[in-house]
Design a protein around this ligand. Sequence first.
Ligand code: CP3
Length: 348
Amino acid sequence: MEMNSRFLQACRREAVDTTPVWFMRQAGRYMPEYRAIREKYSLLEICYQPELAAEVTLQPVRALGVDAAILFADILLPAIPLGVGLEFAKGEGPILQNPVRRMEDVRALNPVEAEADLGYVMDAIRILRGELNGIPLIGFCGAPFTVASYIIEGGSSREFLNTKKMMYSAPDVFHALMEHLSDVLADYLTAQIRAGAQVVQVFDSWVGALNPFDYETFVLPYSQKVLTSAKNAGVPVIHFGTNTTTLLPLMKRAGGDVLGLDWRIPLDDGWSLLGNDIAVQGNLDPITLFAPLSEIKARVHDVLRRANGRPGHIFNLGHGILQHTLVDNVKAVVDMVHEYSAVKANAL
Ligand code: CP3
């Protein structure tokens, strides 16, 4: 059953009965069931309690009928054992109390042993594998650049001023940080695979802030280390970023069986840039879900027409579901994707 799930088949570019679909941030505040749990527990409290994290992971699987589950966790959890500190302040996003700016700060970072220091994540995976009944489970981590940007900035950022300043003025410090992070993240991701994650996604959400030269020099080798160790652990790997139109060929070189595309590039154009020997995931604009159903349908069909039934398309948004999205619209997209592909298959 699992080996034949359409999501795993699409990751391997095999033929599918209908296009698989799941959503980044499919668990979260847009769901009433999630908000009910968040009334009692903070985000970190949910992550720390494997039974709760497993329950939240299952909520969208039950409500939407998606073809994959993504483990409920956060890309910033490794910041805690690293010693940088992590807090989610109400309405402010993440705050990392001890940002890394100098070589002394890099040297002060703790070594991290995922199974010991982030064991609650692996526990959630083990629980989920017993409860998912054949729906594949996606594990994930942040890519070294995106995680480094939070650790250097101390939180979210628009311009990545401190991150790029470090790259351009103190490259040895930046490289030392990326070296440490890529070791930690590779170990964390392979621990998730050993615990039972059947596919993993590496989120380089903010890498589109860079030009291709800086990507190749400062990011590619470190992403490659994480992506390659996941691949060697034997599962399909999804490599995701946004604003990546000029970076796609280099991201492909860094690794991944599946490349994530955001909505800024038409899916067929992105796929041509990458070539046919790789699968793609995407790429509906998340704000499409705020439009009337007729408009949503036209745009879902546009993405599917561009994929044109080529093996290796996983339907998703170009980035995560936004907070005020209507659950009914998300569910409608799942049905539209499944129905469209079935109609096409029947017409052949
Ligand atoms: O359903 C899922 O996708 C699984 C869970 C998941 C979360 N974060 C839970 C979460 C995943 C895959 C992530 C990844 C993540 N976290 C990324 C990469 C994906 C992306 O969107 O680009 C990033 C950049 C982060 C860092 C992060 N976590 C930020 C910037 C924030 C605050 C912004 C916000 O939306 O409030 C978080 C908090 C966070 N992580 C929430 C959730 C569901 C917010 C909800 C809450 O506070 O309960």
